[in-house]
Design a protein around this ligand. Structure first.
Ligand SMILES: Cc1cc2nc3c(=O)[nH]c(=O)nc-3n(C[C@H](O)[C@H](O)[C@H](O)COP(=O)(O)O)c2cc1C
Length: 194
């Protein structure tokens, strides 16, 4: 059976990471449920030059994908809000410090926070791709707290040992590691030793 993964895009810089993760997971046949925060739509407009509708964004136009389900972060009763909804896990790419803090405190107020909370309590894979620099002690403590609770903290901090020649290569380095975390085979980057 194909994997089913929830992908949230939040309002940290690096919207391109979210878009590329969406494309790569869809290309590998993963069933995707996508949610985009209000702040992420602002970042997407700034960084990718696209205006996405709040409740029904055109993901085909955004990422060239089709048959991807969209759930509004404001829809509290969407299927991912419940642990009884069977999924393999959730990725938040990129993950803002605001969303990270909400999850770390257990005090979320939207569907993205709730779904991350559910993912942790159900002991499923939760991958967070934070992007902030420098990091405050609060950011670091929140990340440590989440790592201890089982989340995979995968900073948007690309390596250079695969010989990137473009921004896309650097983005793919991170996206490849996100797919690896879910056991989704991919050949987005040349791997060390191969
Ligand atoms: C231009 C711009 C860039 C931002 N970049 C970041 C960032 O890199 N990392 C971050 O944690 N927050 C960043 N923020 C702040 C978040 O967008 C803000 O905290 C927002 O409330 C996050 O909401 P969300 O977590 O619901 O998406 C940025 C905001 C703006 C306007």
């Amino acid at each position: 059976m194909n994997k089913r993964i929830i992908l949230a895009i939040t309002g940290a810089s690096g919207a391109v990471y979210g878009r590329r993760t969406l494309q790569a997971l869809a290309a590998e046949g993963v069933e995707l449920w996508v949610s985009i925060s209000d702040a992420a739509r602002v970042i997407i407009r700034n960084e990718l030059g696209m205006n996405l509708e709040r409740d029904n964004p055109d993901l085909g136009k955004f990422a060239g994908v089709k048959d991807v389900k969209y759930v509004s972060p404001h829809c509290a009763e969407a299927p991912p809000a419940s642990g009884s909804f069977p999924v393999d896990g959730m990725a938040i790419v990129p993950c803002s410090m605001s969303t990270l803090g909400a999850i770390a405190s257990g005090h979320g107020d939207n569907l993205i926070h709730r779904t991350a909370d559910v993912t942790l309590k159900e002991r499923r894979t939760l991958v967070l791709v934070p992007r902030e620099s420098p990091l405050s002690a609060i950011h670091l403590e929140n990340m440590l707290r989440l790592a201890r609770a089982g989340a995979i903290i995968l900073p948007a901090s690309p390596g250079f040992y695969h010989g990137p020649r473009s921004v896309d290569d650097m983005v793919d380095f991170i996206v490849s590691r996100v797919l690896d975390a879910f056991g989704v085979e991919n050949s987005l980057v040349r791997r060390w030793g191969r």
